[in-house]
Design a protein around this ligand. Structure first.
Ligand code: BES
Ligand code: MN
Ligand code: ZN
Length: 493
């Protein structure tokens, strides 16, 4: 296990060759042709709609039909659904890349009458193809997957330079999501808090980021009692990782705070052995998506300063573990009565939010696999969004739209605040029997204070249960593209 590379996707996506051409050619052994569910079938396929339908292909989204030929490139009809737009094209590119799963070099043909701009088309094709072919093979003794090495985009009648520019942007965004997936898929024993910090240092050196790591002794000095309380039952040290991206002449400053629970057993409030808890190695998805997003900010030419805070530890039961009824003194001095050690995410987050706010950024956006309640409310397709500032919420929604990482704006309903009142401390870490995602958001909001703040609860979309489009079953890497897009378009709210 000593040779285990936690983020093989990083090198793989960097090594991908991308070619943009006006007509088919090049190394690809398979050519995808897009077909909508209505209207004309592209002539390249040499088949009528009736013939395709007889073969069971109607052009629906996520449908593909491989058409072997006696020689030359294999053709694949790729369903787009009703229309071609950025989202359907990304999905189709993903479905195609998987249908061509044995080919290392693939080509996708765009129609001449492209209804979206050339750069966006290039971007989403690369995102879809790379993410659709994502595999987590790190821990198999021999990989079952054919690595995608080459993508050709056939874009007749388009500004090929614009498609190329978009495709390179797509590579960066797809690399961020792939790295985030690698981090989430890694078992907790392989990627504990110190390992995440070491990896952040390595990524920082490669990607022009300054990385500071705070260990247990430093966190004690800093008064981060909430994070340290969660770590008390752990055999491993916690880490608070601060990552700084500082372009020259930055026009604004965005802070990102991520939950980095490398495994959530629940602590002394031990989780029951329900299959959903097999996924708790992914409880660091928020921190992982920040690290992954920040690794591409330089490539994307982002012009705002970004500071990321990753709050990392596992949550384990042990003789020294935090007990129910213990009171943690957080970084801001605010005290927390811990009445359920499984509500640990909000504990590690508030110390990091406090540190973020102290530097007076223009906004703080946090991202956390925070509550089962949010998963119940929204399912796996959307993250919950809470904010104390409308303008910031709008910026998050715009980034969600651009990245197709959906968010749903939820109420920060202050009427529920009283359920966080503690008998002996400033606040307790659980609410009442309903609205669990809202009371968790209200808890975090106290540490954000007056700073424009938005909160993303990604408990639902951290993982896909079934393969569709560019989303193979397993860790989704949700948030990496959203946060990179947010930083790229960020203005002082
Ligand atoms: N990490 C979990 C939330 C979670 C659940 C994420 C399912 C992804 C999928 C979080 O730490 C947790 O355990 N939350 C508790 C809070 C409760 C004790 C107030 C929950 O949601 O049950
Ligand atoms: Mn928990
Ligand atoms: Zn958790």
């Amino acid at each position: 296990m000593s040779t285990f590379d936690p983020i093989p996707s990083d090198a793989r996506v960097r090594a991908l060759t991308i070619e943009v051409v006006g007509e088919p050619g090049g190394p690809a052994t398979v050519l995808g042709v897009l077909v909508t569910s209505e209207g004309e079938v592209p002539a390249e396929l040499g088949l009528s709609r009736e013939a395709l339908e007889r073969a069971g292909f109607s052009g629906k989204a996520d449908q593909t039909l491989v058409l072997p030929r006696p020689e030359g490139t294999t053709l694949v009809a790729v369903g787009l659904g009703e229309r071609l737009d950025a989202d359907s094209l990304r999905e189709a590119a993903g479905a195609f890349a998987r249908a061509a799963g044995k080919d290392a070099a693939i080509a996708l043909a765009l129609p001449e009458d492209l209804p979206i701009d050339a750069a966006t088309a290039g971007q989403v094709v690369v995102e879809g193809a790379v993410l659709g072919r994502y595999h987590y093979e790190v821990l198999r003794s021999s990989s079952r997957a054919t690595v995608l090495e080459h993508v050709t985009i056939v874009a007749p009648g388009q500004d090929l330079e614009a498609v190329r520019r978009g495709a390179e942007r797509g590579r960066s965004l797809a690399r961020a999501t792939s790295v985030a997936r690698d981090l989430s898929n890694a078992p907790g024993s392989l990627l504990d808090a110190p390992a995440i910090a070491d990896l952040a240092v390595r990524i920082g050196a490669e990607c022009g980021l300054e990385v500071e790591v705070f260990d247990k002794a430093a966190l004690e000095e800093m008064g981060c009692g909430a994070l340290l309380g969660v770590n008390r039952g752990s055999a491993d040290e916690p880490r608070l990782v601060k990552i700084s991206y500082r372009p020259e002449g930055a026009r604004a400053h965005l802070a990102l705070v991520g939950k980095g629970i490398t495994y959530d057993s629940g602590g002394l409030s031990l989780k029951p052995s329900n299959p959903s808890h097999q996924q708790m190695k992914m409880d660091m998805t928020g921190a992982g998506s920040i690290l992954a997003a920040m690794s591409v900010l330089g490539e994307l030419g982002v012009e705002v300063a970004v500071t990321g805070y990753l709050a990392c530890t596992d949550n384990m039961p042990d003789a020294r573990a935090q007990k129910l009824g213990d009171v943690a003194v957080s970084r801001s001095g605010r005290t927390i009565e811990v009445l359920n050690t499984d509500a640990e995410g909000r504990l590690v987050m508030v110390d990091a939010i406090a540190l973020a706010v102290e530097e007076e950024p223009d906004a703080v956006v946090d991202i956390a696999t925070l509550t089962g309640a949010c998963l119940m409310a929204l399912g796996p397709l959307s993250a919950g969004l809470w904010a104390n500032h409308e303008g910031l919420a709008e910026q998050v929604k715009a980034a969600a739209g651009a990245s197709a990482e959906s968010v749903w704006h939820m109420p920060l309903d202050r009427r529920y605040r009283k359920y966080l009142d503690s008998e002996i401390a400033d606040v307790k870490n659980i609410g009442f029997d309903s609205a669990g995602a809202i009371t968790a958001a209200l808890f975090l909001a106290e540490w954000a204070g007056q700073t424009p703040w938005a909160h993303l609860d990604i408990a639902g979309p951290m993982r896909w249960e079934s393969t569709e489009g560019y989303r193979p079953k397993g860790a989704s890497g949700f948030g990496a593209r959203l946060l990179a897009e947010l930083a790229a378009g960020f203005r002082k709210p």
